[in-house]
Design a protein around this ligand. Structure first.
Ligand SMILES: Cc1cc2nc3c(=O)[nH]c(=O)nc-3n(C[C@H](O)[C@H](O)[C@H](O)COP(=O)(O)O)c2cc1C
Length: 167
């Protein structure tokens, strides 16, 4: 029987989706049967041996779908190994302590689940994809603009998952 892994994500502007795809491809290359699905499209976790959850930060919080997913599937998710990644620009920002703060917020969002791996990847701010208000917010907080995704780090994290999942 093949080992089935779900990579479930939310991605308002598409950069987290591409990270989820990259993680899913690594797991597929390692021989696992992987579904890469938007969080809101997940209707059952039946048959999965492990789950990877991903979502970005907006305005100091992880996008609400992540917390909702955790709440909805808490019982099942506490019985199988899970890993989780958040995406944001905190890791490439200039404010000290931002990443640690984000890590804590992310950890609290996932509670009471205890992921075997939990991380924050640098994301992408593409001004062309933002509405007027979002552009103003980015300007006001002087958020770094650009694509900061580190594909090597993402690939490495993904390749280490099966060992951590014990699958
Ligand atoms: C309006 C706005 C607010 C954001 N707020 C945060 C934040 O509070 N912390 C952070 O680390 N990144 C923040 N970001 C950066 C996003 O997390 C980053 O752009 C991410 O890659 C978006 O993911 P998506 O393309 O999947 O939607 C913000 C970006 C925008 C446009």
């Amino acid at each position: 029987m093949s080992v089935r892994i779900l990579v479930a994500y939310v991605s308002p502007k598409g950069s987290t989706a591409e990270i989820a795809q990259a993680i899913g491809k690594e797991l597929q290359s390692a021989g696992y049967s992987v579904d890469i699905v938007e969080l809101k499209s997940v209707s059952s976790l039946g048959g999965y041996h492990a789950v990877v959850i991903g979502g970005p930060f907006y305005m100091g919080k992880v996008v609400g779908d992540v917390g909702k997913f955790v709440g909805r599937y808490r019982d099942t998710l506490s019985k199988i190994p899970i890993a989780a990644f958040a995406v944001g620009v905190a890791p490439v920002g200039t404010k000290t302590g931002e990443t640690d703060k984000a890590k804590k917020i992310f950890h609290d969002t996932l509670a009471p689940l205890e992921p075997v791996a939990e991380t924050i990847f640098a994301g992408r701010i593409d001004l062309e994809k933002l509405n007027f208000i979002q552009k103003r917010m980015v300007g006001m907080v002087k958020a770094p603009v650009g694509d900061f995704r580190d594909w090597d780090a993402i690939g490495k994290w993904a390749r280490e998952l099966p060992g951590k999942f014990g699958v």
